[in-house]
Design a binder for this molecule. Structure first.
Ligand code: ZN
Length: 315
């Protein structure tokens, strides 16, 4: 099962929006609140429709503490760009003052590594694998060079904690390759999010959650039945797993893999056009029905946001 989305923690929502919707040219496909903490935003970025596999989402914790990158965490979210777009992206990062490292070769792909404004480790990975996926036509980055989706995540593991076994036995990944302390696993499915790398860092300090770190990574279930099967399989491995939670745009279960990373299994549907048309995605604050009665209060409390190049949005 490939990656559905990655969720990370930011500090200032406007700065996050400027970076992801501006510099990286991803589409804000949903502006809503954190369902578990409705006084804060949940920002979803993705492709034109926010398809599973294209999604990178953020909880902005205004005034939150920085996290620490270490083991038991996802450190390195790889976004796919077309293999011919490496030069375009080097120029774009340079012109916007984003310091990057690379390009370096990883297996058969070229990687540009940099950090977002909160220190989250990101990579642009030039890969021919998603050439069949269209780029967003109406974004600030020309469609031919646009980010195609999440390509890979890198999990830092303290030695062999059992993550590799869990990925193959429970999550349906296959061990594919090895390069130094990096083990590569693949879902074997077409499309985005098919790659998980394990980076073994024995003795390295443990990561702590906070601003600039990944909160969790979600994997795709085609439907409720597949999700339930995965829930049972996780339980059979003796790992605690939550009940199904309704996230409006998908349904989710959560559990921790043996190395400590929070995993989610999210359904492909119903998707982001459930409550907004494709043209309107991300243009206004959308609340789940249970928070509608709190709208006026939430809108007063949440900082107003402005999409890069657009006037202020409600919020
Ligand atoms: Zn999630």
């Amino acid at each position: 099962m490939s990656i559905h989305h990655v969720t990370a923690i930011a500090r200032e929502p406007q700065r996050n929006l400027d970076f992801y919707a501006g510099t990286l040219g991803m589409r804000l496909v949903k502006l809503t609140v954190n369902y578990d903490d409705p006084g804060t935003y949940h920002l979803y970025y993705g492709d034109e429709l926010g398809r599973p596999g294209s999604l990178l989402t953020f909880f902005p914790w205004t005034g939150g503490r920085p996290g620490r990158q270490g083991t038991g965490q996802v450190n390195g979210v790889g976004l796919a760009v077309p293999s011919v777009s490496l030069g375009f992206w080097i120029e774009r990062l340079l012109s916007r003052g984003v310091k990057y490292e690379g390009p370096t070769r990883r297996f058969d792909e070229q990687v540009l590594a940099f950090a977002d404004p909160d220190g989250l480790l990101l990579e642009l990975i030039a890969t021919p694998r998603l050439d069949a996926v269209d780029g967003w036509k109406d974004g600030p980055v020309p469609a031919e060079h646009a980010v195609r989706g999440v390509h890979a995540v890198t999990i830092w593991e303290d030695g062999d904690t059992g993550s590799a076994d869990f990925l193959t036995r429970t999550m349906g990944f296959r061990a594919k390759d090895e390069m130094g302390n990096r083990l590569r696993f693949e879902s074997g499915q077409e499309g985005p999010g098919a790659v998980v790398d394990l980076r073994r860092a024995p003795g390295f300090w443990r990561g702590t959650e906070g601003v600039g770190t990944v909160h969790h990574v979600a994997f795709r279930a085609a439907d409720d039945g597949e999700q339930q099967a995965r829930q049972e399989e996780v339980r059979r491995q003796g790992v605690g797993v939550t009940d199904v939670r309704d996230r409006t745009y998908f349904r989710s279960i959560y559990f921790r893999e043996p190395g400590g990373v929070l995993f989610e299994v999210a359904t492909d549907g119903p998707g982001f056009t459930l409550d907004e048309s494709a043209a309107e995605l991300g243009t206004t604050l959308v609340l789940p029905p249970r928070y509608e009665s709190m709208r006026a209060r939430l809108e007063r409390a949440l900082p107003a946001l402005r999409l890069p190049g657009v006037e202020a949005m409600e919020g």
